[in-house]
Design a protein around this ligand. Structure first.
Ligand code: ZN
Length: 373
């Protein structure tokens, strides 16, 4: 969902990244604090004081968001679930936890860790606010805002709509009670869509009553949430559909092998056009050297096809992403998506025995959907 960004290093061994959209929200939060909240609440403050307090508060706020995500990730990793990293982006933070928990108990622990951290931070900032004497107004101002916002974060994330943390907590409980992950996900993500729509309506209402920035923001979050809820249910259904099936079931086996000195012209006219063949390997005497895809062919201008040999455009075998015939289809889909490729050769004992195209996988999914499997 969120790729790229600036690497910030590691915390507890977990890579942290800043997505470019984060700078927008950082500037917005800092600006709202400096130009509106602090001057409005503390009238004696100079502009400089407001700006300094705003920058410190904003940095501590995003550190709080990071702490929330970090606890999800740390608990996930401690439970044996691999974590790719944490990215801070426009809607806060996201932990890239690559696998779904296998048991309800683990999902519950991973989900609750974030809001529990926010709650704890809220209490700590609140305690500082109450402990610090009134003459340290700036410290009190900053800790009051941070205490409140962490409480808001804890409560917001505990709303019982998947994929919010509270929705995950709900799903883990339903999963534990019913023993049915799919059903639990369907209910929890339906709740997520309902909450998303409520946010959108509330946002539009705010927008119409003059609070355009808050309204727009709320509607935007609602839209993001309802999309994520629908998407995550669909993803799970597909995962479950693919489970227990392997690459050999859907691969096409009519691979052809052409000699390394074959021109693209000859390849297209003799192999691609007559049979629509898309598994085109290059090699000699049963020994595969590489693979040519339609994309490789398209990369050469038409008028040069007769002068370019397949070895010049092929992907060499040692640079190919491939899967064994018994690879789980859910993992095949993951590889196709993560690598953003359309074709994946199936290799056994150093030989290409078949090819999986994205189309094969989509056909497999849509057939099972039509049959209600
Ligand atoms: Zn969370």
């Amino acid at each position: 969902m969120i790729d790229g960004g600036i690497p910030l290093g590691r915390l507890f061994g977990i890579p942290i990244r800043l997505h470019f959209s984060w700078f927008f929200i950082f500037i917005l939060v800092t600006w709202l604090l400096a130009a509106s909240y602090f001057p409005g609440t503390y009238q004696g403050w100079s502009t400089a004081a407001s700006i300094i307090a705003a920058v410190i508060t904003s940095l501590l706020f995003f550190s709080s968001v990071l702490a929330h995500e970090l606890m999800h990730s740390v608990v996930a990793r401690a439970s044996g679930i691999p974590v790719k990293g944490i990215t801070l982006f426009i809607f806060g933070g996201v932990s890239q936890i690559t696998e779904e928990p296998r048991v309800p108990k683990v999902e519950f622990r991973v989900a609750i860790a974030g809001p529990a951290t926010s709650l704890l931070l809220g209490l700590v900032f609140g305690a500082i606010f109450f402990a610090v004497p009134e003459r340290f107004e700036a410290v009190r101002a900053v800790t009051f805002w941070l205490g409140s916002i962490n409480m808001v974060l804890a409560v917001f994330n505990l709303l019982p709509g998947f994929p919010l943390d509270g929705g995950r907590v709900l799903r883990s409980i339903l999963w534990w009670r019913t023993g049915n992950l799919r059903k639990a996900t369907r209910w929890a993500s339906t709740a997520g869509r309902v909450i998303g729509f409520l946010f959108i309506f509330a946002g539009i209402w705010l927008l119409l009553t003059g609070f355009w920035l808050n309204g727009l923001w709320l509607a935007f979050i609602g839209w993001f949430l309802s999309n994520a809820a629908a998407g995550s249910y669909r993803q799970l259904v597909i995962q479950q559909m693919l489970q227990g099936h392997d690459a050999s079931e859907i691969m096409t086996q009519d691979c052809v092998m052409v000699a390394p000195d074959t021109t693209i012209e000859k390849l297209v006219n003799e192999y691609v056009l007559p049979s629509g063949n898309r598994c085109l390997t290059v090699g000699e005497a049963g020994h595969v050297q590489g693979l040519v895809t339609l994309k490789d062919i398209r990369s050469v201008p038409r008028e040069k096809w007769s002068g370019v040999r397949v070895t010049e455009v092929m992907t060499p075998i040692d640079k190919l992403k491939w899967v064994p015939p018994d690879e789980d289809l859910a993992k095949v889909l993951g590889t196709l998506t993560q690598q953003d490729i359309n074709q994946l050769p199936v290799v056994e004992g150093g030989r290409i025995v078949g090819m999986i195209a994205r189309d094969n996988l989509l056909a497999f999914i849509s057939m099972r959907e039509k049959l209600g499997m």
